[in-house]
Design a protein around this ligand. Structure first.
Ligand SMILES: NC(=O)c1ccc[n+]([C@@H]2O[C@H](COP(=O)([O-])OP(=O)(O)OC[C@H]3O[C@@H](n4cnc5c(N)ncnc54)[C@H](O)[C@@H]3O)[C@@H](O)[C@H]2O)c1
Length: 387
């Protein structure tokens, strides 16, 4: 059950996500799935003509199709019907500036990951969010998946016992060759330290695996040992990362992030082991979670099916056996954000548990990237300095 809109949809703006872009379109679908938002304003590209054309495609009124995010934040804040929340879906180096502009204009922010390009900026952003009193939602969208909610609930309930080992992976193959030299924009900025930040694969997808592991286990490693590689000649950032993790609790882990792993598309997976049992989940079988209490046969838990608990059922949309996926998981983050935004509008607490990631997860993600780069450079263990 979710809260109602109390008479009207949430007015949403967008920065990025113009014609030919990837994730902006996903955010728009996610925002539409539960009918809680209405996209009414935006600056969709750094190219003014393309931004205007994109706004027209999306049915945005001419006076709300802007040429820059600063102008948009000011103008929208001054309108009685101005946007209440903005989605920031630009390349990484263009997260901090828009986030600051909208928060300082009193507008809630939904931002894609990694939150900024440096840890220092992420920490600075935390201060800006705090002073603004506005909401900040970071779309580590895998946390919206029912089976990850299930893992989290089972681990918190002690069903695998004290945590011992975490095995997190995110493997792709689309950067196996130097596609960044062929005009592929998404590859261009992702392999450029000035626009991507210090991490390549580790920042782009390693942070998702890291965040997902922290989300389900409730624990964040405090030290790591990383071996980052750029296999493609001339590439300035890592395209593959092997990382050992150590937790303050004594648990250990391994994280592998690769964009040159031929045959993998978006192969994120988690395997988590405790003193009493293990849990295993793979993106390719998104609605299935394997649970093995030690000494007993494996049990298959399915989304909205036998064995699924309230945390997973709350974010499941259709009966078991009908597949749900990436878009629905993303929409779960938007739905929880909507609950929080409507509650903020009314000055009340959200009526349901709000578990979406925020700036804390963003800071930890940047601490992870910077520690990994440092460890790989020095050939020694590095501490995550998220505080
Ligand atoms: N959560 C996820 O699963 C996921 C998946 C892909 C990308 N991402 C993240 O989303 C962000 C965008 O990635 P993408 O793949 O969509 O990139 P993209 O290159 O496909 O799109 C970026 C868009 O931003 C626009 N843009 C650039 N500068 C701008 C400016 N100054 N003002 C307005 N718009 C501007 C570009 O014109 C383009 O439309 C990145 O931070 C990326 O890490 C997240």
């Amino acid at each position: 059950m979710t809260q109602k809109n109390f008479g009207r949809r949430i007015r949403l703006g967008m920065v990025g996500g113009g014609q030919g872009a990837f994730i902006g379109g996903v955010h728009r679908i996610a925002a539409r799935l539960d009918d809680r938002y209405e996209l009414v304003a935006g600056v969709f590209s750094s190219d003014a003509q393309r931004s205007r054309a994109s706004a027209q495609d999306l049915g945005i009124a001419d006076d709300r199709s802007y040429s820059g995010f600063d102008a948009m934040a000011k103008a929208e804040a001054a309108r009685p019907d101005g946007i209440e929340v903005v989605a920031i879906v630009t390349p990484n180096h263009l997260h901090f500036g828009p986030c600051r502009a909208f928060l300082e204009a009193g507008i809630h922010v939904i931002c894609d990951k990694p939150v900024t390009t440096t840890l220092a900026e992420a920490k600075e952003l935390a201060g800006i969010i705090e002073r603004s009193g506005r909401l900040f939602i970071l779309t580590h969208n895998y946390t919206g998946y029912p089976m990850l909610r299930q893992m989290r609930e089972m681990i918190a309930a002690g069903m695998i016992g004290k945590l011992r080992h975490v095995q997190a992976e995110y493997a792709q193959d689309w950067l196996t060759e130097a596609v960044e030299t062929t005009g592929a924009k998404g590859a261009e900025w992702r392999t450029d330290p000035a626009r991507s930040g210090a991490g390549g694969a580790i920042g782009d997808i390693g942070t998702h695996a890291f965040n997902a592991a922290a989300f389900v286990t409730g624990e964040t490693p405090d030290r790591l040992y990383a071996d980052l590689t750029s296999f493609v000649p001339g590439r300035a950032l890592d395209d593959s990362a092997n990382i050992l993790l150590r937790y303050a609790s004594g648990a250990k882990g391994m994280l592998w992030a690769s964009q040159i792993a031929v045959g993998n598309e978006n192969a994120i997976s988690l395997r988590v082991y405790g003193e009493k049992g293990g849990l295993e989940w793979h993106h390719g079988a998104i609605d299935q979670l394997w649970f093995t209490p030690y000494g007993e046969p494996k049990r298959l838990i399915t989304r909205n099916g036998a064995g699924a608990g309230p945390a997973a059922n709350r974010v499941s949309r259709v009966p078991s056996g009908h597949p749900e996926g990436y878009l629905e998981g993303f929409a779960n983050i938007y739905r929880e954000a909507a609950d929080a935004i409507v509650a903020a509008r009314l000055g009340i607490l959200p009526g349901v548990e709000v578990v979406y990631p925020g700036i804390r997860e963003g800071i930890v993600g940047l601490a992870f990237i910077e520690a990994a780069v440092e460890s790989s450079r020095t050939g020694s263990w590095a501490r995550l300095s998220a505080h």
